[in-house]
Design a protein around this ligand. Structure first.
Ligand SMILES: O=C(O)CCC(=O)C(=O)O
Ligand SMILES: [Fe+2]
Length: 523
């Protein structure tokens, strides 16, 4: 049931009441790399490596330790001088933090080796040695928390994802700045030659040769200016030569091929098999990359006259729930074909807090199943945290589901999938229909559980539409045609990478086999 149709442009000027009031004790949770960066930042602010390393440096004059200590102290100072959350709002800072801490293990090994060789050091006073050993033990008691080199590589991939999606300039990024479509995020710690090298190396590994070359050039520039070298010249040159060679080769081959062949060739060059494997079958995402990132950047891809045909309205529910007659739900038509609607204020701040509190301790890394061997792995196509809650165990989830069943007329899945994305976290373009014996996903319903600072929209690259996460709202779309069950490929959608802040959503599916015959409420 709908109440009149109001042109979209006038729509929510009067209607939207942004949720304020009760606040969930907002916590940063993890980054996209599944590391508790906030705890790490606190560890770094407490551990003064000067005391520990200076003795070694003066004794051994080791370049590597010197430059490491300089870089470590730079970010330590920044954490101490600003506050941790402000520091972590910049994805570059997260990358640096993870990188510096991943080196602790190497530094530790280096000192152990020196220790065993350095006779003069062994002759130092027992008291002095004990002090240093105790300090190291303290540092290493945090070892469980310490990121590894693998984490740093993943953090680099996260940063590259942000760079390519939001078109951030390499030099700006190397200087610690993120400047894109009207937004500016600054860090006072520029990247070292080594940080840039790793970004170049990772770009090379995923076949982004243009980016690889620009990062390696930047690394080279920084290398020449660095007093204490953070990376070896051969390392930079090795990747630089290979990236240039492959880029040239790719360009030449691309020129020789027709457009379709070009896409295929790009796929061969760009992605290794393991990076390509993900739960859903391949969707031809590569063909929509440009629209995907333009939508993420907030660009409008739809002509105004098409936009004018959209409208918003009130809905009073379909099952005759008494409450909704007095408190109708605001509904906005986002797209006619594929059919996408957006409901406002469907979940209260208080309910959001309760759901997050239930989910928080259960959240774990999103794992993807490799379609070839059914092994679970951490895919770069879907980076975040998740948990599945069964509605039968939580009255609050049953209540929320009942209300949405009233609004949509459809029976919702028994499970609620809670997802959280940190900085760099995202979900690559995919379709939600899978087609199993237990029924296909007729429709998807996503509840947005917080406002995201920057990034994190749900975008539909083929439909050229975007739903911005607004706390308390929910998006609904059909994955299958409700009349004949046919899959709708234009429902291809994605969650844009988070540039700043984090995103929580609750996803419910609507299974085609579980519906009442008369249900089909949106026609
Ligand atoms: O988080 C989002 O915006 C999209 C999530 C999604 O597509 C899914 O869970 O299938
Ligand atoms: Fe999805």
């Amino acid at each position: 049931m709908e109440l009149g149709r109001i042109p979209l442009s006038y729509c929510w000027v009067l209607l939207i009441i942004f949720n304020e009031g009760i606040r969930f004790t907002e916590c940063h949770l993890f980054t996209s790399y599944n590391i508790d960066v906030e705890r790490l930042a606190n560890v770094i602010s407490k551990v003064d490596l000067d005391v520990l390393l200076n003795g070694y440096i003066s004794m051994n004059n080791i370049d590597h330790l010197k430059s490491y200590l300089g870089e470590y102290n730079k970010i330590r100072r920044e954490i101490i001088e600003s506050d941790v959350n402000k520091f972590l709002a910049n994805p570059i800072n997260e990358y640096l933090l993870i990188g510096r801490l991943a080196e602790w293990e190497t530094i530790h090994q280096l000192i152990i080796n020196l220790d065993s060789q350095n006779v003069s050091f062994v002759n130092n006073s027992i008291h002095e040695r004990n002090n240093r050993d105790n300090l190291f033990l303290n540092v290493l008691s945090a070892k469980k928390l310490l990121p590894t080199n693998d984490d740093t590589a993943k953090a680099a991939l996260g940063l590259l994802r942000l760079q390519t999606t939001y078109r951030v300039d390499t030099l700006d990024m190397a200087e610690g700045k993120i400047v894109s479509s009207g937004l500016n995020i600054y860090s006072s710690s520029p990247l070292t030659a080594q940080d840039c090298w790793l970004l170049g190396q990772q770009s090379y590994m995923i076949g982004q040769y243009d980016y690889a070359i620009s990062w390696l050039k930047e690394s080279l520039q920084r290398y020449h200016k660095e007093g204490h070298k953070t990376v070896k010249l051969e390392q930079i040159l090795q990747y630089y030569v290979f990236a240039s060679y492959k880029q040239e080769l790719t360009q030449q081959l691309l020129q020789l091929m027709a457009p379709r062949g070009q896409t295929e060739l790009r796929n061969i060059f760009d992605l290794s098999e393991s990076q390509r494997a993900y739960t859903q079958t391949s969707t031809g995402q590569e063909d929509h990359n440009e629209d995907y990132s333009a939508l993420c950047r907030g660009e409008n891809l739809v002509e105004n006259h098409v936009e004018d045909q959209l409208y918003c309205s009130y809905t009073f529910g379909n099952l005759g729930g008494a409450l909704m007659r007095f408190q109708p739900i605001k509904k906005e038509l986002v797209s006619r074909n594929p059919y996408i609607v957006w409901f406002l204020d469907v979940i209260s701040d208080q309910d959001i807090d309760s759901v997050k509190n239930i989910a928080y301790p259960k959240m774990g890394q999103v794992l993807t199943i490799n379609a070839l061997n059914e092994e679970r792995f951490q895919s770069q196509r879907r980076v975040g945290e998740t948990t599945l809650l069964m509605d039968k165990n939580y009255s609050i989830l049953r209540r929320i589901a009942r209300q949405m069943e009233d609004i949509t007329g459809y029976v919702l899945s028994e499970a609620s999938n809670i997802l959280s994305y940190g900085v760099g976290g995202h979900f690559s373009p995919h379709c939600d229909y899978i087609g199993t014996k237990t029924g296909n996903d007729l429709a998807t319903l996503i509840f947005y559980l917080n406002e995201v600072e920057i990034g994190g929209s749900t975008v539909f690259p083929i439909a050229k539409k975007r739903v911005k996460p607004v706390k308390g709202s929910a998006a609904f779309w059909y994955n299958l045609n409700p009349n004949n069950g046919e899959e709708i490929p234009s429902t291809l959608h994605a969650s844009c990478p988070i540039l700043s802040g984090y995103k929580w959503v609750m996803v419910k599916s609507i299974n085609s086999l579980e519906q009442r015959p008369e249900a089909n409420v949106f026609n």
